[in-house]
Every structure is written in structure tokens, then in C-alpha cells.
Design a binder for this molecule. Structure first.
Ligand code: PLP
Length: 491
């Protein structure tokens, strides 16, 4: 196509995107289409002749929009919402326009340099130690696609560190440590790398957080069996309930385990470190003192549109030792001299998207204060919801609310002390029916989870347009469905 046609189509696209955001409140969160719907509208082959922008854009409205789940809808409370911003969209648009897979410094100096700078900005915003910054020359940060990619390459780096000190270790002896609440990224890394994964049990009475003694027991058991744990994937803000592993206790044990790499997966909660008041409970001091790597997704709760997973390592050489393969065609004067970062050695692919641009737009557009304000607003809104649950006759909290996440279930209050309480099976059955009712609605979206056998529901605040009214409305809907569930269950 030509610039004039692009200009026209581009203006229209921006207009339509704005209209989409204006209309979000009026439409359902969830799509109503059935599996396979799109096949009925889209031919089996790409067209032989090129088509006009206008036709394609109209088909986007007609066929694609109805099949969207509206993650930016203010009543989207499922998974962890992904707050997308116009700042991020614009940054991504420019990135798309340059289309530079800046794998080496030379492949596009600005791509590498901006990423190195913006990751240092983000480290400052979150209060990370300067050891993690690119400017340290030893540690450093890079933007990965997802937290799963971040964990995968961290495991590769950790294995490389372990092998340096134990040259004769056999692959089948190596073990990745996770807990039963770690995101599936731990298990996936094990599958991809062909390594064993141990998932340590965590308890409800510890709020599903990994305790030091549980880690110590696992280490002792594995030592007897000749297994070699080489990385612990600890979590700050688990997916199911926002649990925070007990890093102060883990630190004490890690002191005796110099070969155990500690990766902190804070994919969702990590951005809350931008606020002083959360730093203690999220164990920033320990992260700074002893974590080998730390990951948080700016594409979850950090206002940057997908994808933008920020990964920092304390020592970049383990990453580059493990991942640096330099055929002749990738050699450059600057790379050979070691005066630049070649980010291709910090991730899985060769090419990489110019993701720092959208992060730069967002951090500048909001400013640190604007960023913190948004995080605090989400936490406050969640507190409002959690309080409504606490006061409810039919709902109760399963765990204490964590930042912007509440985990709750239907649990009718007993009418008198003599009334027998419901068994776990009955409560699970009630909650499964309740969740079925909630899922059948298209005006609100929540997700279910299971905590050590307890069927529960999660409500996560994060969409940039959610206000107190949406929380109150969500609560009213949830309470109504909970009451209806109890009534039907009793009859
Ligand atoms: N880690 C945690 C704690 C998560 O909650 C999630 C997703 O919700 C992930 C990792 C996975 O993130 P990604 O999709 O970036 O791999």
C-alpha cells in the first residue's frame, strides 16, 4: 500500500479504537460466540488478489470484535487483568512501524540502548538494588515475552551456574524446586528442559506461602536421594491467591546453599513494589539481598500492553554463558569488544520486538506518581470489595485479600451456634453451582481456583477503567447469584 492510503486507514483505525473504548461500558465483557464461529465467516484461503483496507477493517468490526473477550472492560475481574493504555498502544505502533528485530546492538542501537535504560528506570521505580541494573555492568534487565519465558531462561542460567561448580553432574539428578502454588511455568520449564520438578506442599494456615522448614525438609530429603536441587522458583503474589513465599526464612536456608539459584516470580504483584507501603510485605529487602533473578510482568498490572515481561538478573554472565552462540554472521565490532549488550544472548529467540518503546511511553506518560496512583487505586477498590465480602451473610473470604486480589466463596452464615456447619464437599458443590451461574452471565467475568481442595472464586481488580461503581455492581451481582444458588441448593 501507499502512505496516503495508510494515513487514511490509520486515522480511521484510531477513531474506531477510541469509539471502542467509549463503548466498552455498554457492551458485555464476555463474547457470546460458539466454538468454530469464525470459520463460517472467513474463507479457507487467503485472497488471491489484495483487498482494500476498508473492507478488511469492516470485517474486523463485523467478525473479530464479536469474538473478543473484553479484557479492558471495567467489569473484567478474571485471571489477572491486563491494563492497556493509550501510551502503550502508541509506543507499540511506533515499534511496529520501525519493525526492527534489534537482537544485536548494531542491528538497531536505539532498541538495545532504550531497553537498557528503561529497565534501569523500572528497577528504580520498584526499588530494586542497583546490582540488578544494566548500568552495573554485571547484573541487568531485559524485556521478555512472558513470565514463562523469563522462568525458562532463568532455569537455563541457573543450570549453567550449577554446572560450573559441579562439572560431573548428570542431567537426571537436577531438580527444579517449586511449590504447589507456583504458576505452571515451573512445570513447563521442567518439560521443555527435560528436568525433574519438585513441588513442595504449602499450607492454608501459612496462607499458602512457602516456609523455610518446608524448604529445608525437601533439601534434606533430596540430598539423601542424590538429587541436586539447583533452582527455587519462589513466588511473590501467587496466581491463585496472591500468596507471598516467606523470603526471610528462605534467605536463611539459601545462605547454606550457595548453588541454589533463587528466582522470584512476581509476574503480577511485582509492580506493586513501586509503592513504599507494600515493600515490606512483598519482601523487597530480601529480593535485593539474595535473589539471583526477579521477574514482573508490566503487561499484567503495569499499564503496558501485552507483551512486556521484565526480567532482572544479578549476574548476566550466567545468562550469556548459557545462551551465547555467535556464528560469523552475527559477529560485530562492538560485540567482540564487549562494549555493548547484545540482547539476543539474554533470551530464547534471535529477533526481539522493540518492547522498550511502549514501556518508555507508559513510564513517561504516567510518571512514577501516576503509576503508583493507579496501583493504589486498584488496591483500594479491592479492599472495598473484600470488606463487602466480610460483611456479607452469604459470602466469606478464603484468604486475606492480597493487594488487588480477593479470593472468596459462598459460605452461608450459620443461623445459630447449634446448626451443623456444611462439609467441605457440600460447600464445594455449592460453589461449583455458583460459579456456573456467574460464568453464564456475560456482564461480569471472574475466575475459579482451588486452594488445597477448597473450590473458590477470585476477583482481581486491574482494568484501568474500573471504578467504585463497578465494584459495587459486581458485588451486588455476586451476592444475588450466591443467594439464588443457596436457595436452589436447599430445595
Ligand atoms: N506467574 C504468576 C504468578 C502468574 O500469575 C502468571 C499468570 O497469571 C504467570 C506467572 C504467567 O505469566 P505469563 O503469561 O507471562 O507467562
Amino acid at each position: 500500500s501507499t502512505p496516503p492510503r495508510f494515513r487514511k486507514a490509520g486515522y480511521q483505525a484510531i477513531d474506531r479504537i477510541c469509539d471502542y473504548y467509549y463503548s466498552l461500558q455498554e457492551i458485555s465483557v464476555m463474547s457470546k460466540v460458539e466454538p468454530g464461529y469464525l470459520r463460517k465467516h472467513i474463507p479457507m484461503d487467503a485472497p488471491e488478489e489484495g483487498e482494500d483496507f476498508q473492507v478488511i477493517a469492516d470485517d474486523y468490526q463485523k467478525f473479530i470484535v464479536p469474538g473478543l473477550t473484553h479484557w479492558q472492560h471495567p467489569s473484567f475481574f478474571a485471571y489477572f487483568p491486563t491494563a492497556c493504555t493509550f501510551e502503550g498502544i502508541l509506543g507499540d505502533l511506533y515499534a511496529s512501524s520501525t519493525c526492527n528485530p534489534g537482537f544485536n546492538w548494531l542491528a538497531s542501537p536505539a532498541c538495545t540502548e532504550l531497553e537498557a535504560i528503561v529497565m534501569d528506570w523500572a528497577a528504580n521505580l520498584l526499588g530494586l538494588s542497583s546490582a540488578f541494573k544494566n548500568s552495573s555492568g554485571v547484573g541487568g534487565g531485559s524485556i521478555q515475552t512472558t513470565a514463562s519465558d523469563s522462568a525458562l531462561i532463568t532455569v537455563v542460567a541457573a543450570r549453567s551456574m550449577y554446572q560450573r561448580n559441579h562439572r560431573d553432574v548428570k542431567m537426571e539428578e537436577l531438580v527444579i524446586y517449586t511449590t504447589t502454588q507456583t504458576h505452571s511455568l515451573g512445570a513447563k520449564a521442567g518439560i521443555v528442559l527435560g528436568l525433574q520438578v519438585r513441588s513442595i506442599d504449602v499450607l492454608a494456615e501459612d496462607q499458602y506461602s512457602l516456609r523455610g522448614h518446608a524448604l529445608r525438609n525437601a533439601l534434606e530429603e533430596d540430598k539423601k536421594l542424590g538429587r541436586k536441587p539447583f533452582i527455587l522458583i519462589a513466588t511473590v503474589g501467587t496466581t491463585s491467591s496472591g500468596a507471598v513465599d516467606n523470603l526471610p526464612e528462605i534467605r536463611e536456608i539459601a545462605k547454606e546453599q550457595p548453588d541454589l539459584w533463587i528466582h522470584v516470580d512476581a509476574a503480577w504483584a511485582g509492580v506493586a513494589l513501586s509503592c513504599d507501603e507494600t515493600r515490606e510485605s512483598l519482601h523487597l529487602k530480601e529480593i535485593n539481598a539474595f535473589a539471583h533473578s526477579f521477574c514482573t510482568n508490566f503487561h499484567k498490572w503495569g499499564l503496558v500492553n501485552f507483551d512486556c515481561s521484565a526480567l532482572w538478573v544479578r549476574d548476566r554472565k550466567y545468562l550469556t554463558d548459557a545462551l551465547d552462540i555467535t556464528p560469523a554472521f552475527l559477529r560485530t565490532k562492538q560485540g567482540d569488544a564487549g562494549t555493548v549488550i547484545d540482547y539476543r544472548n539474554w533470551h530464547l529467540g534471535l529477533g526481539r520486538r522493540f518492547r522498550s518503546l511502549k514501556m518508555w511511553f507508559v513510564l513517561r506518560g504516567f510518571g512514577a506518581e501516576g503509576f503508583r496512583k493507579y496501583i493504589r487505586r486498584c488496591i483500594d477498590l479491592n479492599q472495598t470489595f473484600a470488606q463487602l465480602v466480610r460483611d456479607s451473610e452469604v459470602l466469606s473470604l478464603v484468604t486475606e485479600p492480597s493487594l488487588a486480589l480477593t479470593v472468596f466463596r459462598v459460605a452461608p452464615k450459620l443461623e445459630s451456634e447449634d446448626q451443623p456447619s456444611l462439609s467441605m464437599e457440600s460447600l464445594n458443590e455449592i460453589n461449583s453451582i455458583f460459579f456456573g451461574r456467574i460464568s453464564a452471565r456475560s456482564d461480569i467475568m471472574l475466575t475459579q481456583t482451588n486452594l488445597n481442595g477448597i473450590f473458590c472464586i477470585r476477583l482481581a481488580v486491574g482494568a484501568a477503567r474500573t471504578t467504585e461503581k463497578h465494584i459495587q455492581d459486581a458485588y451486588a451481582t455476586i451476592e444475588k447469584e450466591a443467594k439464588a444458588t443457596i436457595e436452589t441448593w436447599q430445595t
